[in-house]
Design a protein. Structure first.
Lengths: 100, 489
């Protein structure tokens, strides 16, 4: 793990695009490498800030640990839930075979 | 008749409805006629359902005739940014990914609007998945600024801002993750309010960056913002970050709360990069408050000014990469016809369905969350976020509100910044820290450039003290006429 923030060359677009499950064209890779390089260079400035002993902040809401009773409630009917499915048959979503 | 209704504040239209001088059907027809006349040029709407809205307007008129009107918004059309669900209506997020998606349920804000008798009308254009500051990142083409059709309306709620500014709708809802309500409101010369994080339910708002997203109001006047906020605010068990805050009568508070207030002016928000005409207009607004007897204090927010944008683009993209993982081409949304297996469906559907800015942010967010980079980027950004929040907390101890420009620049030309994402990000420099801190912020009109482009004044308040924030904003509005000026189209 790098001790400091990355240099631009640390962004491995092929590796990250695969993690994101997002195919990129060669033109996109060239453009993004340049643009994201600029942005990663810009955010390097955060290294100047002393964050010793500072708690990270996940969100700004003064709400924590929200509990709800475990009670069944009506949900969407099957037809409504499947209405936006790209492919469906017999109240199920059709997908390609995933197991050989 | 229609011409008399265009640009009328919602409170005035509500009074006409209540007095029986106007019907909801007439009002809706006027909005539809205006939209048909100007939206070919403004392009604020992705779509609208005239028939469905007319039937709701007839129902509102019937309720009123029976003495059962539901309150001031009963019968008033309210536009929805195309990121807020309304049952049976399209929900595209201005993305090819959701081009054919139809909402199976209402967002909580939509349900509350309907319960108040308001008529959700139109799906308003935006930057794709709310990622952008110009409404140019829309799969359906950009929206134009009604004050100058060669310029952007701001973003990401540019369709909502332009529809109100162009007189197509009296009210609209937007969403604001880093300035996406306030900045387009400033660039279009209207009032845009981002409430405190947690005041308005996010249930049914397609998520971009969940710790920052907040739904808010776009309107002609502060009073209209107060009316609309009163309808949409309040705790919702369906949003676990929604806060059990008291919802006061915001409109009544406008009259009840009088200054003088203690107002802070963050020194760093007037530095390099601020357009001089905007700086001058905002300083005149500050001078107005001083003359009203308000105590004006110079305050300092060094970390917010210097680091908010970097913190934002790490946290927001990290959250976006996670939130947008749901668009996988399996259950809903675009599915690639070229894909051969399951993994291929994900990668190709997302490649075909998302536009360039969304892809950029997903890649950046995935990178900063990936093994080996998480601590250096994401965790560090979350810690600096704490420090920025602490800065605001400290200065708001002694100030009722903070005053600043909303945007450092007036509306820029279409295409001017679209090739340089970082330059585009920097236009949110005064608004972004407010989201990081979770505070309420409002932009109100405070003048025009020599070229006739609107200028916005941003007021930042204490958490859940929207009533105070609106009262401070109203004090300025009541003594000025900027909000009553409208574009010629």
């Amino acid at each position: 793990m790098p001790a400091s923030m990355s240099t631009n060359s640390d962004l491995n677009l092929d590796y990250v695009a695969n993690l994101a499950r997002l195919d990129l064209s060669q033109a996109e890779k060239t453009e993004f490498a340049h643009q994201l390089g600029d942005i990663l260079h810009y955010v390097e400035k955060l290294r100047q800030v002393d964050v010793t002993g500072v708690e990270p902040m996940a969100h700004a809401s003064p709400v924590f640990n929200v509990w709800e009773a475990d009670v069944a409630r009506p949900g969407l009917p099957v037809e409504a839930a499947l209405r936006n499915a790209p492919a469906q048959r017999q109240n199920m979503i059709v997908v390609p075979k995933v197991v050989e | 008749m229609a011409d008399d209704l265009i640009f009328q504040p919602a409170a005035r239209l509500a009074a006409l409805l209540a007095a029986g001088k106007l019907s909801s059907v007439e009002l809706l027809q006027a909005c539809v006629a205006r939209t048909k006349a100007v939206d070919g040029r403004v392009k604020a709407f992705n779509s609208y359902d005239e028939t469905g809205a007319l039937s709701l307007a007839r129902a509102a008129d019937a309720r009123r005739a029976a003495g059962q009107a539901r309150g001031p918004l009963d019968g008033l059309p309210v536009g929805l940014k195309d990121v807020i669900a309304a049952e049976g209506q399209p929900l595209t997020c201005s993305s090819k990914m959701l081009a054919n998606f139809v909402s199976p349920y209402d967002a909580t804000v939509t349900r509350k609007l309907k319960a108040a008798g308001a008529i959700p009308f139109g799906r308003l254009n935006m930057d794709e998945f709310a990622m952008g500051s110009s409404t140019e990142n829309s799969a359906f083409g950009p929206t134009a600024n009604p004050w100058d059709l060669t310029r952007v309306p701001g973003g990401s709620s540019g369709g909502s801002a332009a529809a109100v500014a162009a007189g197509e709708l009296p009210l609209a809802l937007g969403s604001d993750t880093g300035g996406s309500i306030r900045q387009p409101a400033a660039l279009c010369g209207i009032v845009g309010l981002k409430p405190t994080y947690g005041l308005v339910s996010r249930y049914g708002l397609a998520a971009y960056a969940s710790s920052l997203d907040q739904i808010g109001t776009m309107a002609h006047t502060v009073e209209d913002a107060a009316l609309l906020l009163g309808v949409i605010a309040g705790h919702d068990p369906r949003d676990s970050t929604s806060f059990k805050a008291e919802v006061p009568d915001y409109r009544a508070a406008l009259a009840a709360k009088k200054g003088p207030w203690r107002l802070g002016v963050p020194r760093e928000f007037f530095g390099a990069g601020l357009d001089p005409e905007i700086g001058s207009a905002v300083k005149q607004a500050i001078e107005f408050y001083r003359q009203q007897g308000c105590e004006i204090k110079e305050v300092s927010l060094p970390l917010a000014a210097e680091h908010a944008i970097a913190v934002y683009y790490l946290i927001a993209t990290a959250e976006a990469s996670s939130n947008l993982a749901r668009y996988d081409g399996i259950r809903y949304g675009h599915r690639s016809a070229a894909a051969k297996d399951a993994i291929d469906i994900y990668a190709k559907s997302r490649a075909e369905g998302f536009g360039p800015e969304v892809k950029r942010r997903i890649i950046l967010g995935t990178h900063v969350l990936s093994s080996g980079y998480y601590d250096a980027y994401y965790l560090r950004a979350q810690k600096v976020r704490t420090l920025i929040r602490n800065e605001f907390t400290a200065v708001l101890r002694d100030c009722d509100a903070l005053l600043s420009p909303t945007s450092p620049v007036p509306a820029f030309r279409l295409g001017e910044k679209s090739a340089d994402p970082l330059a585009m990000y920097l236009t949110d420099i005064y608004t972004i820290s407010v989201n990081l801190a979770g505070l309420p912020g409002i932009s109100i009109p405070c003048g025009f450039t020599a070229g006739g482009l609107p200028i916005g004044l941003q007021l930042i308040g204490r958490p859940f003290q929207e009533a105070d924030l609106l009262a401070v904003a109203r004090a300025y509005e009541a003594a000025h006429e900027w909000h009553a000026k409208h574009p010629l189209l």
